[in-house]
Ligand binder design. Structure first.
Ligand SMILES: [Zn+2]
Length: 239
């Protein structure tokens, strides 16, 4: 597996490419959470703290992908690198020596890492509110609290049993182990991925029609659906 060209940075020997479209994610998260800060802080402060939540979420996705990459490398796999872009993160892994067991471990470690990040954020939020108090405690508590909840959302979405999500890879490993046929496992999780993608597109279009104010989030959901559909269809065709 060739390494990424022109990585933005290298973490623990893993090349990481950050795409400019991540700014869109930061903006989308900031717009979504800014009301929570506006209740207590002045507009500029509220905006700054909202952007910080967006940056922390992108960093959390990086931790998630890094967990996949390091586990794969630990198991003797080759890693191309990590790409982070507007629709999430992708860790490029080589196929060598894959077994149901190693596939399961590499897939499960990502959501596990996100769960650890969410717990640390929750603990940090509670500690900040208790020990710092005042505006600083409220700001740190709210930033970490929201980041923790967003990470929990990430875990829940990622565990949906559909390709190419982690839940889909976990199900793939289980079906592969049970049937002895990786092609059957790929077709099954690929079809589930296509069904999930269709739901996301329908939800995106429906929310844009019903609630035009949800514009950006609706478009994001629809585009994510289209990208997932393509990945799931490729998975379904694998033999
Ligand atoms: Zn993952």
């Amino acid at each position: 597996m060739p390494a990424l060209r022109t990585p933005t940075l290298t973490l623990a020997g893993v090349p990481v490419r950050l795409h400019a479209s991540l700014l869109l994610v930061v903006g989308l998260v900031a717009v979504t959470v800014v009301d929570r800060f506006a209740l207590r802080f002045a507009a500029a402060m509220a905006a700054g703290l909202s952007v910080l939540v967006g940056v922390l979420l992108v960093s959390s996705v990086l931790v998630h992908e890094l967990a996949h990459a390091l586990e794969a490398r630990h198991r003797g796999g080759t890693i191309g690198g990590i790409r982070l872009f507007a629709l999430g993160g992708v860790t490029e892994l080589g196929d060598h020596g894959r077994t149901p067991r190693s596939e399961l471990a590499v897939a499960a470690v990502g959501p596990w890492a996100s769960l650890v990040v969410a717990s640390a954020c929750g603990l940090g939020a509670a500690t900040a509110e208790q020990w710092l108090g005042g505006d600083v405690g409220a700001a740190v508590g709210l930033v970490l609290g929201l980041t923790g909840w967003l990470n929990l959302g990430l875990v829940a979405f990622n565990l949906l049993p559909a390709a190419p999500l982690d839940g889909g890879r976990i199900l793939h490993a289980v079906l592969w182990r049970a049937s002895g046929d990786p092609g059957f496992a790929s077709r099954s999780t690929g079809r589930l991925g296509q069904a999930l993608a269709a739901v996301l597109v329908v939800l995106g279009v429906a929310s844009a029609v019903v609630r035009p104010a949800s514009g950006l989030a609706a478009v994001w959901s629809a585009v994510l659906g289209v990208v997932l559909w393509r990945a799931a269809a490729a998975e379904a065709r694998r033999t």
